[in-house]
Design a protein around this ligand. Structure first.
Ligand code: PLP
Length: 554
């Protein structure tokens, strides 16, 4: 293998910027970074040949049109389509799937069936749900175990009413890459259209739509080092010829009369309006860039990092791995046995490690796996062994930091309750921490002072505006205000502890007189914490002031 990820990384100017020198970017399933050639091609388009295409014939327009049609031919080669007429430019995989759902379903009959899987991105679920509701169609799911589709049992949901099967060539939440050859075998002989959502697949493998044998294939350029706002829809020419358009407008017509129009032939029939021309130029550069790379070597490199990451994450206590290394396009997904995944994401962010926390636009899958959010690290060719080490070290560090926590007490808050004892939290201790990292750790440590309070975890106590759930209750005694807080997030608890240590047991006048936002800024928290975390502090502060104000100006 002669692939050097460090040399490859040098093609991507984002990593050379002073503020990104330490960046470990592991959010590639969301979008990849762009090589200089792609950035340059976008600028060059505007610098040298910006004009609208097809409509007029002056020199610039001809150049722009030639560029678009050249990139169309490159795109056909990229997916090994039989002809450039089979390639439609669209905004991305989402738009391509909406186009297919709209156009294919408008020709179906009530009761016809569409098969998708629980592992689909929302872009390959919601458009089908919308069309099923509109046309009285039936949605069926590939049998699954805890959300993981059993593609080998696809034929169990196929019948004579199945008209469409739309499945991802790779899951963006788990990386799971189904055996497309086996899916093709099961679909053979059925009168249906087979769509492959290749948004993740095209980023990691060389795609050959004719070898796959699918009818349609969709992908987004921004997942494979190209620009955002441009994607590809491949369709078998014989099918495109008979497919109704989904949007009307300029470019997609042969002739327009007062009450009816004649549509252009594919691919233009499906490209109403002005296309994102600069993005198409960027796509062309990305395709050239990829063609010049040894893609098999990049894939081998990614797979080697992936196995290492799986092996080492599996060995960490307190994490539950959801992905598996086999048949995986480059994603490690895991959940936390305890605590807030958002805290961990921010902890990693503090160390310049970019991963994603959330449902990854795959709610049915994440829910069926028994979670609401997961953490996802996703790989690209420029990731290095050092990146993986940095992530693993940061995870170990987090585990030992949070594992060392003394169990926080559980407070029942019955009757004339007392909240947490925050007397041992002098602000000076926070201010004394010299580096931001140390101060951040100290805030996290303060979070331990806030005990668990299951009784207050009720919708009416929820503080709006916090990124992680936080519950706050209040009571007044003898003109003094008392508060109690709970949250799953250690950092929210820490920030809450800071706030409550300043207001608990004080009168409304004293609380109002304190410049708490000023203190927050003075400690450097506003500057260093993410906006969402700062907003969480301000939301808590707002709620405290409201409680104190509402209770009168004692
Ligand atoms: N399908 C899959 C499997 C994806 O991973 C994504 C994006 O993450 C999409 C569809 C939607 O792609 P886009 O947002 O580029 O339209």
């Amino acid at each position: 293998m002669n692939f050097d990820p460090h040399a490859f990384k040098e093609c991507f100017p984002l990593f050379a910027q002073p503020e990104n020198r330490d960046l470990v970017y592991l959010d590639n399933a969301a979008t990849t970074q762009k090589p200089e050639v792609v950035i340059g091609a976008i600028g060059d388009f505007y610098r040298h040949c910006n004009a609208n295409t097809h409509r007029s014939s002056h020199r610039l327009a001809r150049r722009a049109t030639e560029m678009v049609e050249r990139v169309r031919r490159q795109s056909a080669a990229f997916l090994n389509a039989a002809s450039a007429r089979e390639m439609i430019f669209c905004r991305g995989a989402t738009e391509a799937l909406n186009l297919l759902a709209y156009s294919l379903c408008s020709e179906l009959r009530r009761g016809d069936e569409i098969v998708i899987s629980t592992a689909e991105h929302h872009a390959n679920i919601v458009p089908w749900q919308m069309m099923a509701q509109r046309h009285g169609l039936m949605l069926r799911y590939v049998p699954h175990v805890a959300g993981v589709p059993q593609f080998g049992r696809l034929d169990e949901v196929l019948n004579e009413r199945t008209r469409i099967v739309s499945l991802a060539g790779g899951s963006n939440a788990l990386g799971l890459r189904p055996d497309l050859a086996d899916i093709g075998r099961q679909l053979r002989g059925h009168n249906l259209r087979w769509i492959v959502d290749g948004a993740q697949l095209a980023a990691h493998e060389t795609v050959d739509v004719r070898a796959i044998g699918c009818d349609f294939f969709v992908c987004s350029a921004h997942k494979f080092y190209g620009p955002s706002g441009i994607g590809l829809l491949y369709g078998r020419e014989s099918l495109l010829r008979n497919l109704p358009p989904w949007q009307g407008g300029g470019e997609m017509i042969a002739r327009v009369d007062l009450y009816a129009s004649e549509y252009a032939a594919p691919p233009h029939r499906f490209e109403a309006g002005t296309s994102p021309l600069a993005a198409i130029a960027g796509l062309g550069a990305a395709l050239e860039f990829l063609t010049a790379c040894d893609r098999a070597a990049i894939a081998t490199h990614e797979q080697s990092l992936l196995s290492e990451l799986h092996r080492d994450v599996a060995a960490l206590a307190g994490l539950r791995l959801l992905s598996q290394p086999r048949d995986n396009l480059g994603i490690v997904a895991f959940a936390l046995e305890q605590g807030s995944p958002t805290d961990l994401m921010h902890w990693l962010d503090e160390k310049e490690i970019a991963v994603r926390v959330g449902h990854h636009c795959a709610q049915p899958l994440i829910r069926a796996a028994g979670e609401t959010v997961t953490l996802r690290a996703s790989l690209a060719g420029y990731n290095t062994r050092e990146d993986i080490e940095a992530l693993l070290n940061a995870l170990r560090d987090y585990q030992s930091f949070s594992g060392s926590a003394v169990d926080t007490p559980t407070l029942s808050l019955a009757g004339d309750w007392d909240g947490d004892d925050l007397s041992g939290l002098p602000v000076e201790q926070l201010a004394a921490q010299r580096s931001w990292q140390d101060r951040y750790r100290e805030v996290m440590r303060w979070g331990r002072a806030i005990g668990r309070k299951p009784a207050i975890r009720r919708p009416e106590n929820l503080v709006r505006g916090c990124e992680s759930d936080a519950w706050l209750v209040h009571r007044q005694r003898g003109g003094r205000h008392y508060f109690a807080l709970d949250s799953d997030s250690r950092i929210v608890k820490g920030l809450g502890a800071l706030l409550l240590s300043q207001v608990d047991g004080h009168s409304a006048a004293e609380i109002r007189a304190r410049d708490l936002a000023g203190l927050f800024a003075e400690l450097g928290l506003e500057k260093h914490l993410s906006e969402s975390r700062s907003n969480g502090f301000y939301a808590l502060l707002q709620q405290v002031l409201e409680y104190a104000g509402r209770a009168g100006s004692a």
